[in-house]
Design a protein around this ligand. Structure first.
Ligand SMILES: Nc1ncnc2c1ncn2[C@@H]1O[C@H](COP(=O)(O)OP(=O)(O)OP(=O)(O)O)[C@@H](O)[C@H]1O
Length: 238
């Protein structure tokens, strides 16, 4: 069974077709880059996958189930949608503690994930005093709390410094090598190209390419992921 299955997923906001009859599926053990221009529908797709937004039609499933049907979602899928979900007055450690308690996860695991994302020393500070990159790291720690086999990350590199970007790349590769499914959206195509195995490219809510990144680049006669992306989008608009 595929880890993630998007089937004819559609979301309309009034006249705006944010996601339009989108289908793709992802297996385990690979990193997939989710690519599209501003407003292409990436966040809306991920929000539907994670049960935050209700589809107009179609389905988004995680190991065969809609997110809302999952018994213990934290242990199956870790998500980073918005680094500003944490209460600003909470200390980093306590913000994770609240999530851990809700998911029946130990305090020891909270310390482990803080260590993993390099936030142990800042964990006693309030979230309001964190930089964007620190909030992003805390969001990643939250996604990893339940040690989930599936990770869904919306723009995880946003706000990270060059060391952070490199650290994230290694982290995602290690997670995929452990057999996890990693779906990551990003605009930073040069960086993404160094990280991902597969890509799903969307434009105006519709799928325009899907498959192993290297094959798509070769088949498209492109020289890079950025090149491929620009060609695909231009072709779609001509
Ligand atoms: N809550 C909403 N109400 C109305 N329109 C929305 C809403 N959320 C998203 N949209 C619209 O849906 C379309 C897709 O937006 P979405 O945020 O999914 O794109 P995206 O690919 O994540 O963009 P970006 O790369 O800029 O983050 C856009 O036209 C956006 O304006």
């Amino acid at each position: 069974m595929s880890s993630i299955t998007i089937d004819r997923l559609t979301k309309h906001y009034g006249a705006v077709r944010a996601v339009d009859d989108l289908s793709f599926s992802l297996g385990a053990g690979s990193i997939t880059g989710f690519v599209g221009a501003n407003g292409a529908g990436k966040s809306t797709t991920l929000r539907m996958l994670l049960g935050v937004t209700r589809p107009t039609s179609g389905t988004a499933r995680i190991e065969g189930h809609r997110y809302v049907e999952l018994r213990n979602p934290t242990r199956l899928v870790g998500a980073l949608l918005d680094p500003d979900v944490f209460h600003p007055r909470r200390r980093g450690r306590d913000a994770l503690g609240v999530l851990a308690a809700a998911g029946n996860i130990s305090d020891r695991r909270v310390e482990e994930v803080l260590e993993l994302v390099g936030m142990s020393d800042a964990a006693h500070r309030r979230v309001s005093g964190y930089s964007m990159g620190m909030r992003q790291r805390l969001g990643l720690a939250a996604a990893l709390l339940g040690d989930p086999p599936i990770l869904v990350l919306d723009e995880p590199a946003n706000g990270l410094d060059p060391m952070g970007v490199r650290w994230l790349r290694t982290l995602l590769r290690d997670l995929a090598d452990e057999g996890r499914t990693v779906l990551v959206s990003s605009h930073q195509l040069a960086e993404l190209a160094q990280t991902v195995d597969d890509v799903v490219v969307i434009d105006h809510g519709r799928l325009i390419a899907d498959g192993p990144m290297r094959d798509l680049i070769t088949e498209g006669g492109a020289t890079s992921l950025e090149d491929l992306f620009l060609e695909l989008v231009q072709k779609g608009h001509s």
